[in-house]
Design a protein around this ligand. Structure first.
Ligand SMILES: *[C@@H]1O[C@H](CO)[C@@H](O)[C@H](O)[C@H]1NC(C)=O
Ligand SMILES: *[C@@H]1O[C@H](CO)[C@@H](O)[C@H](O)[C@H]1NC(C)=O
Ligand SMILES: *[C@@H]1O[C@H](CO)[C@@H](O)[C@H](O)[C@H]1NC(C)=O
Ligand SMILES: *[C@@H]1O[C@H](CO)[C@@H](O)[C@H](O)[C@H]1NC(C)=O
Ligand SMILES: *[C@@H]1O[C@H](CO)[C@@H](O)[C@H](O)[C@H]1NC(C)=O
Ligand SMILES: *[C@@H]1O[C@H](CO)[C@@H](O)[C@H](O)[C@H]1NC(C)=O
Ligand SMILES: *[C@@H]1O[C@H](CO)[C@@H](O)[C@H](O)[C@H]1NC(C)=O
Length: 223
């Protein structure tokens, strides 16, 4: 009676040990081989898709493994290294929240998602996109705060977050963006005052902040 039981226990231990060992070597291999940038881009796009209910037009139905992600609808890649440079999915009836993984698309220059039904936060991880020139999230239902992290996007020219339900104050950090030309924050529920340092945006040509709950002078549009 004792012996078969002992045997079973040690066999079970060996088995568990074996599984742990395999898992550990798997992890090590994962660490030893960092993902190529293009693979990271693919994961980021799939994470984005994973949080979307695709509209009746099925804009994301082409986002499947029968074709390379550079051919997916709304995606443009750099020809040299097949990394995502542009996402343009305006008015595609997408509904969902934005995946923080978008911040992994390290060569992204344009993110155009205006006119959809996106809600929740604008992920602060977008601040990792230091080459981003255009961020257009207009006419959605984003309802969080504007993260000061967007001020890390030093190449930003166009920032359009208008016509959402954003709350909180306008982060003063945004006024340090050296190349910002267009800043649209109109029609939200922003509070507080317009940061005085806004005058420091020397490249700014268009500014619209009307229809918020901002106190003090509220420039609706200036040229
Ligand atoms: C990523 O690049 C590597 C090396 O150039 C290539 O072997 C691989 O097929 C590419 N993967 C994708 C999804 O483009
Ligand atoms: C996958 O994408 C291809 C290319 O756009 C499309 O023709 C096909 O219908 C898609 N497959 C599915 C299962 O959606
Ligand atoms: C991408 O970003 C997410 C969230 O910021 C992070 O958790 C994840 O490890 C990243 N994935 C890859 C493949 O780099
Ligand atoms: C953002 O996109 C909308 C269309 O979705 C467009 O009307 C608007 O002009 C764009 N904003 C900027 C600053 O280019
Ligand atoms: C936001 O910016 C801060 C300061 O640069 C940084 O430490 C933090 O990791 C950023 N957050 C995200 C989510 O990228
Ligand atoms: C805007 O904010 C105010 C004050 O917090 C609140 O009373 C109002 O309901 C909000 N409006 C919208 C449209 O979210
Ligand atoms: C504008 O920028 C200068 C130099 O960075 C800084 O000293 C000044 O305080 C800023 N103005 C405001 C109103 O923040």
């Amino acid at each position: 009676m004792e012996r078969p039981r002992m045997f079973l226990i040690s066999a079970a231990c060996l088995c568990v040990y074996g599984i742990l060992y395999l898992a550990a070597t798997d992890l090590q291999q994962g660490e030893a081989k960092p993902l190529a940038g293009n693979e990271t881009d693919r994961f980021a796009l799939l994470a984005f898709k994973g949080q979307m209910a695709d509209g009746p037009a099925g804009a994301l139905s082409s986002w499947n493994d029968t074709i390379h992600f550079c051919q997916w609808e709304g995606i443009k890649c750099s020809a040299s290294n097949q990394r995502v440079t542009i996402i343009n999915l305006q008015s595609k009836r997408l509904a969902g929240s934005l995946s923080p993984s978008l911040g992994n698309l390290s060569l992204l220059q344009e993110l155009n998602l205006g006119g959809n039904d996106l809600y929740g936060d604008i992920p602060p991880e977008l601040g990792k996109l230091t080459g981003m020139r255009i961020l257009n999230l207009t006419s959605n239902s984003f309802d969080g705060r504007i993260s000061g992290n967007l001020s890390s996007c030093r190449e930003l020219r166009h920032l359009d977050l208008g016509d959402n339900m954003l709350v909180g104050e306008i982060p003063a950090e945004l006024t340090s963006l050296p190349k910002l030309r267009v800043l649209y924050l109109l029609v939200n529920n922003l509070t507080g005052s317009i940061p005085p340092s806004i005058g420091n945006l020397s490249s700014l040509t268009r500014l619209a902040m009307g229809r918020n709950n901002l106190v003090g002078a509220s420039p609706t549009e200036s040229a």
